[in-house]
Design a protein around this ligand. Structure first.
Ligand SMILES: Nc1nc2c(c(=O)[nH]1)N[C@H]1C(S)=C(S)[C@@H](COP(=O)(O)OP(=O)(O)OC[C@H]3O[C@@H](n4cnc5c(N)ncnc54)[C@H](O)[C@@H]3O)O[C@H]1N2
Ligand code: MOO
Length: 403
């Protein structure tokens, strides 16, 4: 059994950043930039009024009331072409370009219009209610760095910066093959000793939540010939994930079937719980991650090994997202496997994160996984721990739909 960190390092080393492709902004949500993005225009492109009112020379309105001559209008999308001279004002609307000569806006609540003159009832200060050219961003400024994942806010900014399309990394394509004679798809008839297979759908959802394109290859029987045939579906994938048949049972044929297809094994078995019998190798150009059939093991291992592989493929830093929490119930000493305990996470009165492991940790219990807020990490051979001790946790991101 190898340590988790070594497994993560070996897996990450097997991937390279994917090629870039161009997408329109309407399709860019959640995509990862393949290059830095600069602004093609300044925003605002010229000084504009932030209010409806009158553009004036502040020097003319140091005291109120004062009456100025109205010489024109500057609506949003139109210009007052002239120059605002002493004693003159221009009617201006929010977003209207500031006319030459003017340096302040008096809002219309502080003005009384009378034919072609206006009486201002409040003094003006230079720069008041004016958005300076480029105050949001200047042309040429780097707005995003390569590796950023685009949010709705980012897409608005890219649009304002006049970038109608962007270069992003191709989405990782992940082929998923479930194995096991006992499995049927949800809704299908269930055999007398059968169960409903959930891993294929859960992993496909996870891959999608991470920004990848899943290719669900379905369920293979525990038969080397069938497995070999169905593995052909993985051609062209950036990663093949199998679930089930990873352990030492008589029907655990996945590794054998993959080896028969020429897979080069990198490692088998990690000192972790859940997920001990995880296998990693390469079939032709495609890295292969063999996950255990137990559904909790399959998802926890995806979080620990597939997510970092995505970071490499997307040209992002592989980040350790674990954080410190306070233990909320006592724990016994750990054995030689690094434990990932499903846990509830809450904030105490002081605002500190408190982690309480759930009462059962069986790797087949999906309801606990769904209810958990994160994983409490226990190093191999960690001594017994008491309420109040510091522990490491990995939070699930409910807002990201995945884990
Ligand atoms: N003698 C030993 N037995 C086992 C060991 C061991 O070291 N020695 N390891 C155990 C551990 S740890 C795990 S994890 C499991 C992993 O076994 P497999 O990967 O071979 O998984 P299966 O036997 O195929 O299935 C395990 C369990 O999960 C159910 N399953 C399988 N596929 C799905 C699916 N797509 N959706 C939902 N559930 C699925 C399957 O029916 C089994 O109940 O081995 C232990 N045994
Ligand atoms: O490693 Mo298994 O995933 O503990 O149940």
């Amino acid at each position: 059994m190898i340590p988790v960190e070594q497994a993560q390092a070996e897996i990450c080393a097997a991937f390279r950043p994917l090629p870039a492709e161009q997408v329109g902004l309407a399709d860019a949500l959640g995509r990862v930039l393949a290059e830095d993005v600069t602004a093609r225009v300044s925003h605002p492109p010229f000084a504009v009024s932030a209010m409806d009112g009158y553009a004036v020379r502040a020097a003319d309105v140091t005291k109120a009331p004062v009456r100025l001559k109205l010489v024109g209008t500057a609506p949003a999308g139109g210009h007052y072409e002239g120059h605002v001279g002493p004693g003159e004002a221009v009617r201006i609307l929010t977003g209207g370009p500031l006319p030459h000569g003017a340096d302040s806006i008096v809002i219309q609540e502080n003005a009384k219009r009378d034919g072609d003159s206006v009486e201002l009832t409040a003094a003006a200060e230079p720069g008041r209610h004016i958005r300076a050219k480029g105050q949001d961003f200047e042309e040429g400024r780097v707005l995003f760095r390569a590796g950023a994942r685009l949010t709705a806010r980012d897409i608005g900014l890219a649009a304002a910066a006049n970038r109608p399309w962007l270069k992003v990394r191709r989405r990782p394509r992940v082929a998923i093959l479930s194995t096991g004679d006992e499995l049927s798809m949800p809704g299908e008839p269930i055999g007398p000793a059968g169960i409903v297979g959930s891993n294929g759908l859960a992993l496909a959802a996870f891959v999608r939540a991470c920004g990848g394109d899943p290719v669900d290859l379905g369920i293979a029987r525990d038969d080397s010939g069938v497995l070999a045939e169905m593995l052909a579906g993985a051609a062209g994938a950036d990663l093949l994930i199998t679930t089930g048949g990873a352990s030492v049972g008589d029907h655990d044929l996945v590794q054998e079937a993959l080896a028969g297809q020429g897979m080069k094994l990198a490692f088998w078995k990690i000192a972790m719980r859940p997920g001990k019998p995880v296998m990693f190798g390469r079939l032709g150009n495609t890295p292969v991650l063999g996950l255990p059939g137990n559904p909790v093991s399959a998802l926890v291992c995806s979080l620990l090994f597939v997510k970092p592989a995505f970071a490499v493929m997307e040209g992002r830093e592989v980040e350790d997202e674990s954080e410190t929490a306070i233990l909320g119930s006592d724990l016994k000493a750990n054995d030689q496997r690094q434990d990932y305990l499903r846990a509830r996470l809450t904030l105490n009165a002081q605002g500190a994160l408190v982690a309480v492991p759930m009462e059962r940790q069986d790797s087949a219990m999906m309801a606990f996984l769904a209810q958990a807020d994160g994983l409490l990490i226990r190093a191999p051979h960690a001594p017994a721990a008491k309420v109040g001790d510091a522990v490491r946790v990995l939070r699930f991101h409910r807002d990201l739909m995945g884990l």
